[in-house]
Design a protein around this ligand. Structure first.
Ligand code: FAD
Ligand code: SF4
Length: 472
């Protein structure tokens, strides 16, 4: 056997100096030749540690074996047995903490793991390009199910049920389906055409999508049952932004990351002729160290931000964002200020002219330096303020990306629906809530998590709904 190349094949990308000024996809995808060469690095391990590291247990050695034989449709069929959003997951899953973390090449040989995510994306994109046949609608089984929310959990639950002949309606609060995949994750990381394709596949299967319907306002869960739906899946996500509760957060120029990204992605504020207001230019501070913070910072840069800072209270080591996003952000020129935490946002106040248009707008952010203390209950070292170490950064915009929680609307309008102390809907291992025939999954249950875990929860609930309604 030839020696295994120690490095993963590089992903072709747009040059940092070019991509920092456009919204086109950064990573361009493997060519067939690169994918074939990367597949050759896989050892086809019998015990499949990578599959065990995948939250939906894709048979990874099996799909890579098909790539080795240049059977890309065969590879696609293997992936879709476990995952219905492979073009999405190949792009945004944190593989370094999941399948690739368990790869034998990394664990036993100490070299780069197989580029599993990159190969998954290659297979999904090749399939999309070749796809000519629409899926046929399955024979209806006479049962009706309502799905609340069209993010990865709702789309997956709806798709799995539709394939079994259920009449499924998705109720979505926004005017476009896709959840965070369309309103949160920017075009330069996940082109919207890919999400639209996945949504269209569901429509071809017969799933009805009702947009601009807020469950808890337009209709309640109880009214859905009165309309003849026999089960309801709640996949309403965790879209309620958190703030720091520091002075100055209500100044003009402070955004939650969700609002900022929604304005840019969903309301197309980045287009030159868009009428959606958003910051353009000036200095920007993004507070947080997760994927959301990276997306907000890189979006602000592309919108013309002159100096864009990431302010994070721990060190680079603890940063929860995907490695690739952090690397890409650094290459594009984002200025990482770690081990510091905002204590106040400072505004303009022209004492001489109360009508100065700058009054009430952000002028700077005051931060305090931090050091790391003992690990918390999740094993992450807790930051401690260093007294007297305050400093200011001149900025015009502050974007808070410090987390989100589930919106309480559905809980407050659905009698008997229990939630935990963080607002997550309480479910059993099948996704069943405290209400009969009401299931839930994804961020609405766990709080902000990942696309693949939301998909997994949608799958689990679809299975349980099928068993309950078919009497199995
Ligand atoms: P969501 O995707 O949030 O979808 C919920 C849907 O329900 C929304 O469309 C919402 O409008 C709708 N809804 C809410 N309330 C109602 C209601 N009352 N009635 C009707 N509809 C309602 N994860 C990764 O794995 N990798 C990443 O790189 C990554 N990057 C991210 C970047 C950003 C900016 C954000 C915000 C998240 C990111 N995540 C990432 C997390 C991931 O996107 C989420 O964990 C995932 O989308 C959760 O899926 P979901 O189906 O539970 O909810
Ligand atoms: Fe291939 Fe790595 Fe999985 Fe082994 S663990 S089968 S080398 S991807």
């Amino acid at each position: 056997m030839a020696a295994i190349e120690p490095k993963k094949h590089e992903m072709p990308v747009q040059k940092p100096e070019v991509r920092a000024h456009n919204f086109d996809e950064v990573a361009l995808g493997y060519s067939a030749e690169i994918a074939a060469a990367e597949a050759q690095r896989c050892l086809n391990c019998k015990n499949k540690p990578c599959t065990q590291g995948c939250p939906v247990n894709i048979d990874i050695p099996e799909f890579i074996a098909h790539i080795k034989q240049n059977d890309i449709e065969g590879a696609y069929d293997v992936i879709t047995k476990s995952s219905s959003l492979s073009a999405v997951c190949g792009r945004v899953c944190p593989q370094e903490n999941q399948c690739e973390k368990e790869c034998t090449l990394r664990v036993k040989l100490g070299i780069d793991p197989v580029g599993i995510g990159r190969l998954e994306r290659f297979v999904a994109d090749t399939h999309r390009m070749n796809k000519t046949i629409k899926p046929s609608k399955p024979e209806p089984n006479g049962h009706k199910v309502a799905v609340i929310g069209s993010g990865p959990s709702g789309l997956t639950c709806a798709g799995d049920l539709a394939k079994k002949g259920y009449s499924v309606t998705i109720f979505e609060a926004l005017h476009t389906a896709g959840g965070v995949l369309v309103y949160g994750i920017p075009e330069f990381r996940l082109p919207k055409i890919i999400v639209a394709d996945e949504v269209n596949t569901l429509k071809d299967l017969g799933v009805e999508i009702m947009t601009d319907v807020i469950i808890g306002r337009t209709l309640t869960v109880d009214e859905l049952f009165a309309q003849g739906y026999e089960a309801v899946f709640i996949g309403s996500g965790a879209g309620l932004p958190m703030f720091m509760n520091i002075p100055g957060e209500s100044l003009c120029g402070v955004y939650s990351a969700n609002e900022f990204l929604t304005r840019s992605n969903l309301m197309k504020a980045y287009l030159d002729d868009s009428r959606t207001p958003i910051m353009k230019g000036g200095n920007v501070a993004v507070v947080g160290g997760g994927n959301v913070a990276m997306d907000a910072a890189r979006t602000a840069l592309r919108l013309g931000g002159e100096k864009v800072y990431i302010i994070y209270r721990r060190s680079m080591l603890e940063m929860p964002a995907r490695n690739e996003e952090v690397e890409h952000a650094k290459e594009e020129g984002i200025d990482f200020r770690v081990l510091c935490n905002p204590v106040e946002i400072l505004g303009y106040k022209n004492e001489n002219d109360p009508r100065d248009p700058k009054n009430g707008k952000v002028r700077a952010i005051k931060c305090i330096r931090t050091e790391l203390g003992e690990p918390d209950e999740r094993g992450r070292r807790s930051p401690r303020d260093i007294p007297g170490s305050e400093f200011e950064l001149d900025v015009d915009t502050v974007i808070m990306a410090i987390g989100t929680s589930p919106n309480p609307l559905i809980k407050s309008t659905t009698d008997g629906l229990e939630v935990n102390k963080r607002g997550g809907i309480t479910v059993n291992e099948c996704g069943l809530t405290s209400r009969e025939n009401v299931y839930a999954g994804g961020d609405a249950v766990t709080g902000a998590a990942t696309v693949i875990s939301a998909m997994g929860a949608g799958k689990t609930a679809a299975k349980a709904i099928h068993e309950a309604l078919s009497g199995k």
